[in-house]
Design a protein around this ligand. Structure first.
Ligand code: ZN
Length: 349
């Protein structure tokens, strides 16, 4: 069955929820939960009254009581938001949420078995924590299909955002180099969008960093639903182009990596967390030779210490691994000075 010729709308509808779609659009902050409904301003006609638009999270339907005076299901919502046909909305949903149309129609041809519809498990802690309706995750998370390259780019990102320049100490050159910036609308609205590339330099996702200290339940980072960060290493595409005799620096966070890059050391990747997944281990292994050198430099805190022990132990099977510790508790590589970093990377050769 070809992916484009036939779309099982029912299966697509069953595989997505209104909450997932609102998350995709970065709209969840605007909605208040009450029982099984979410109330907020209508994103379709862009209204402002906090009660005009209602979503049933159990039935996955919506209604606008104001200007639109209509409602519908998940696909109707995407169709209205994107101003496209239901068919095009279903294609968008398949793309955004990495649905597998073939597997879905196979599952829905039998019983009305929503549980059996293969779904992309949300591996990222961030995505998982903001996803309220737990469903059976698909098996073999690590060995599943890779993250697909995105078919779009977030444009009109505000580069010279005070959070990046003043708070993170990045130069405009670095900001442009990493293709990041403040996103005013869309899925990462109100956040700093940071593109994540696969080793082939395709953008596979945007991470959205809240520009400041988030309050309440607002997560620091937002990742697209369905995106599996455990399959990627941030900046790997550029790190592997660096000379083989340079050590590969492994850090935790985006900004550790970006800052080290700004200092002029480009052979650095970020785990996007303080653990190394099996897929990340494979990626590193694939791009190292027997005499490659690796420096593991995680944050100096309890989880960082635990993570670096495990990582060093696993990687030392393939190459020379050194663990970099800091004297000062809570030190993060992002805050290293030029000189301190030079000492670290040159001390190895
Ligand atoms: Zn409306």
């Amino acid at each position: 069955m070809s992916k484009s010729s036939f779309i099982d709308f029912k299966a697509v509808k069953a595989a997505i929820t209104m909450e997932r779609i609102l998350l995709h659009y970065g709209l969840m902050d605007k909605f208040k939960r009450s029982g099984d409904s979410l109330n907020g301003p209508c994103p379709i006609h862009k209204g402002s009254s906090p009660t005009q638009f209602r979503v049933s999270t159990s039935k996955n339907i919506w209604h606008c009581f104001s200007e639109c005076k209509q409602g519908g299901n998940t696909l109707d919502f995407i169709a209205k938001m994107e101003n496209v046909s239901i068919h095009a909305a279903a294609l968008k949903a398949i793309d955004w949420f990495h649905l597998d149309p073939e597997a879905m129609s196979a599952a829905s041809n039998g019983e009305d078995s929503e549980e059996e519809i293969p779904r992309q498990p949300a591996n990222s802690q961030i995505a998982a924590s903001s996803k309220p309706a737990p469903r059976k995750p698909a098996p073999a998370a690590e060995n599943g299909t890779p993250n697909k390259p995105l078919q779009f780019r977030l444009d009109k990102l505000e580069r010279e955002h005070p959070y990046l320049i003043q708070e993170r100490g990045l130069t405009l050159e670095t900001i442009v180099d990493f293709g990041m910036g403040f996103c005013a609308k869309g899925m990462m609205a109100g956040r700093i969008a940071i593109p994540i590339h696969n080793p082939e330099s395709n953008v596979v996702a945007y991470a959205g960093r809240f520009p400041g200290k988030p309050e309440g339940d607002t997560p620091k980072y937002k990742l697209p639903q369905g995106f599996r960060k455990s399959l990627e290493l941030f900046n790997i595409d550029r790190a592997i182009k660096e000379p083989a005799d340079k050590p590969l620096l492994i850090v935790e966070g985006f900004f550790d990596c970006i800052k080290i890059h700004q200092h002029g050391y480009r052979k650095v990747v970020a785990l996007m967390g303080n653990t190394m997944s099996a897929a990340q281990e494979e990626l590193i292994k694939k791009h190292t030779v027997f005499n490659s050198q690796i420096i593991v430099m995680l944050d100096e805190n309890e989880s960082g210490r635990a993570g670096r022990e495990d990582i060093a132990c696993r990687l030392s099977k393939y190459c020379f691994v050194r663990v970099r510790e800091f004297d000062q508790e809570d030190m993060e590589p992002e805050h290293l000075s030029d000189d301190a970093l030079a000492d670290i990377v040159e001390g190895v050769a």
